[in-house]
Design a protein around this ligand. Structure first.
Ligand code: F6P
Length: 338
């Protein structure tokens, strides 16, 4: 393509819209890649001539008017950073009509014409109610390591968290082999087994316990026993926190088999760290699309990804049910760990 043509395309892409000022916030549990999403929102908006207000501490800052203008430099040097430069919170006040009324006063005061919410299903529920009450166009960007949001194959941060867990499994495998021990690894996922299942399959775990399914401890024991009979040096069992407590499973397995069990709870380290390339690209695509949605008057949707393509999902449908786990993956993990 000639340089002239390329310039034409760029000019055309800038488009025009009645929206002149949007705001962005991150809400709920943070996830690696949220910064890349903020960067995409700010830069894409500025590219189209829009102004961007950054709201601190999620809906809490929305209520307290903790917000200010962002520019190209505000989002420099953050694409590779975990956490969120805008901070985040789980706001109880925004769940009340009084809290949302205060936030609406700030919408008028700051001249906000659209809001990008980067967060999980609880954050989208809040955005949806706010839109219904006050009509402010909202665009959701799914950011949670749990990957439990309906309407998208992946949410930002999930891939990084899975890689963190796989790295932990690799390390635990070394010491488990040396000592011929059974390790129980508790991972995050209060209501979701996506991290446990995906990391368990990638890490070659013997058993995976997740909240979406009935977990049979007798089957776990039988598998352990069969493994040791054929000379296996170690076993790794992944437990999603929503399925059971790792400590309890460790205790039970010891009582039932007599094997030495050790428990590692990975906890919040799964929420931090530099985002993977996958999460950065996902965040960049989703953040940019959220701005396009607001510019085109698409008032109450979440950006999703399905089969590698960016899609738009009605916000209200994102929190009515959970992103289902892939049963084929679960079966495969079982077959490969016989
Ligand atoms: O929603 C993401 C998540 O990381 C869950 O997996 C976990 O149970 C929860 O957040 C922990 O929340 P908090 O950081 O508020 O303790």
């Amino acid at each position: 393509m000639s340089l002239k043509k390329l310039v034409d395309v760029v000019e055309y892409d800038r488009g025009c819209s009645n929206v002149q000022r949007i705001a962005v916030l991150t809400s709920g549990g943070d996830s690696p890649g949220m910064n890349a999403a903020i960067r995409a929102v700010v830069r894409k908006a500025i590219f189209h001539g829009l102004e961007v207000i950054g709201i601190q501490r999620g809906y809490s800052g929305f209520i307290d008017a903790d917000m200010g203008p962002m520019n190209l430099s505000s989002v420099a040097d953050i694409i590779h950073r975990g956490g969120t430069i805008l901070r985040t919170a789980r706001s109880e006040e925004f769940k009340t009509p009084q809290g949302r009324a205060k936030a609406h006063e700030n919408v008028l005061r700051f001249g906000i014409q659209g809001l990008v919410v980067i967060g999980g299903d609880g954050s989208f529920r809040g955005a949806n109610v706010f839109h219904e009450e006050y009509g402010l166009p909202v665009a959701g960007v799914p950011g949670t390591i749990d990957n439990d949001i309906a309407g998208t194959d992946y949410s930002i941060g999930f891939d990084t968290a899975v890689n963190t867990v796989v790295e932990a499994i690799n390390k635990i495998r070394d010491t488990a082999t040396s000592h011929e021990r059974t390790f129980i690894l508790e991972v995050m996922g209060r209501e979701s087994g996506h991290i446990a299942l995906t990391a368990g399959l990638a890490g070659g775990a013997e058993s995976i316990l997740i909240p979406e399914l009935d977990n049979n401890i007798n089957e776990v024991c039988e598998k352990l026993y069969r493994g040791y009979k054929r000379g296996k040096l170690h076993s790794i069992i992944i437990v999603a926190e929503g399925a059971a407590s790792g400590l309890e499973i460790g205790k039970k397995l010891h009582e039932m088999t007599g094997l030495e069990t050790k428990v590692t709870i990975l906890g919040h380290l799964q929420r931090g760290g530099t985002p993977t390339a996958f999460d950065r690209i996902l965040a960049s695509r989703m953040g940019a699309t959220a701005v396009e949605m607001l510019m085109s008057g698409n008032a109450k949707h979440m950006v999703g990804i399905a089969g590698g393509k960016i899609v738009s999902e009605s916000l209200a449908d994102t929190f009515k049910c959970k992103n289902a786990i892939d049963l084929e993956l679960y079966k495969l993990a079982g077959i490969l760990s016989i």
